[in-house]
Design a protein around this ligand. Structure first.
Ligand SMILES: C[S@@+](CC[C@H](N)C(=O)[O-])C[C@H]1O[C@@H](n2cnc3c(N)ncnc32)[C@H](O)[C@@H]1O
Length: 323
């Protein structure tokens, strides 16, 4: 099989897994956000606060180029919140939107119903971690904002470094990445993704020069239990409280153990710092006590401070909070 066909097949396989796993057009994530938006609401508020700070610091632009990675196939909640805020308070700013998702339904989504300030939009099918290989036309140094919601927790640190390097090359100087994700409590040991689970990156050339374990992770003790069981139980109780149907409770909670291998917010921050970004982290532990996911979710901002991506990284990357 030639390289191109191999790549195509790899994206197809991952896409099928995502589809089956739960993110189809009528899939569980969509169902969940219909019942409960507590986690995405917090992310929207944080994103709006951060974008306003960023606009004030660097001056209002006439047009923002916005890339939404793993955007989903229904109107993306957080991005839509940002655009609605800008429409209201900064009506002169026009947004040019690109959304990329690995779910093939993205090509059927047509256009998202965004506020009028979104003057152009392009919805594309692709693997967010392998954009370098995709047909999607992504130009260097062109994006102002990249939003990345609820996907990093499936990736290994090696894959996050590879992605971060690429994102750094396509952002403008002072451009920002917003990450909203599931994070491991920093005082619990990391659970490694087993080799039989789908990889975000199958093209080994994208991982060249990045060690398998780029992070200096705390030493794992075999006496530790899997922290995700506690998270799963908290989440299951919450799903019961919001009267989520049985099938949704089962598939969401099974997914946590089989496919979620998050790093701590400080480890992901350390990766983006090592790549030459200026970062801020916002663990959602105290901001919204109503959220059952507090302690497990958070938000990171990473601003590209140099005009060129960093070409030398010191490994292992040291995290800021250890066991
Ligand atoms: C939990 S949803 C989050 C949607 C949206 N980003 C948000 O924050 O509301 C995860 C999305 O990631 C997409 N996805 C999963 N793996 C992906 C990949 N490797 N590349 C692009 N999209 C991916 C799924 O199809 C799904 O739409």
């Amino acid at each position: 099989m030639n390289h191109k066909n191999h790549m195509r097949e790899a994206v197809d396989n991952l896409s099928d897994w995502v589809h089956k796993a739960f993110f189809s057009r009528n899939g569980d994530y969509d169902e969940l956000t219909k019942l409960d938006v507590s986690s995405v609401r917090q992310a929207s508020i944080r994103a709006i606060l951060e974008i306003e700070k960023w606009i004030k610091q660097f001056g209002i632009q006439h047009r923002l180029k916005y890339l939404d990675l793993a955007c989903g196939t229904n109107v993306p909640f957080v991005s839509n919140g940002i655009f609605s805020f800008l429409q209201e308070y900064y009506p002169n700013i026009e947004i040019s939107y690109e959304g990329i998702d690995i779910n093939k339904d993205i090509t059927k989504a047509g256009k998202f119903l965004f506020p009028e300030n979104v003057v152009s939009q392009n919805l594309l099918w692709g693997n967010a971690f392998e954009l370098k290989n995709s047909k999607v036309a992504i130009s260097k140094n062109t994006y102002d904002i990249i939003y990345f919601g609820l996907i990093l927790h499936h990736a290994t640190a090696q894959e996050i470094v590879s992605l971060g390097l690429f994102l750094s090359s396509i952002l403008k100087q002072n451009g920002v990445i917003f990450i909203h994700d599931l994070f491991r409590p920093h005082n619990k040991p990391h659970v490694k993704r087993p080799p039989d689970r789908p990889r975000m990156i199958t093209d080994q050339s994208l991982l060249k020069n990045i060690p398998d374990e780029p992070l200096e992770l705390a030493v794992h003790s075999s006496s530790y239990s899997d922290w995700r069981e506690e998270f799963r139980d908290t989440f299951t109780n919450h799903l019961k409280d919001i009267n989520a149907p049985e099938y949704l409770r089962t598939s969401l909670t099974e997914h946590i153990i089989s496919d979620d291998f998050p790093y701590s917010i400080f480890e992901v921050q350390a990766i983006f710092d090592a790549l030459g970004f200026e970062t801020n982290v916002f663990p959602f532990s105290n901001e919204d006590t109503a959220s059952p996911l507090k302690g497990y979710i958070g938000f990171i901002t990473a601003r590209k401070i140099n005009s060129k991506p960093r070409n030398h990284i010191q490994y292992p990357i040291k995290g800021y909070a250890k066991l």
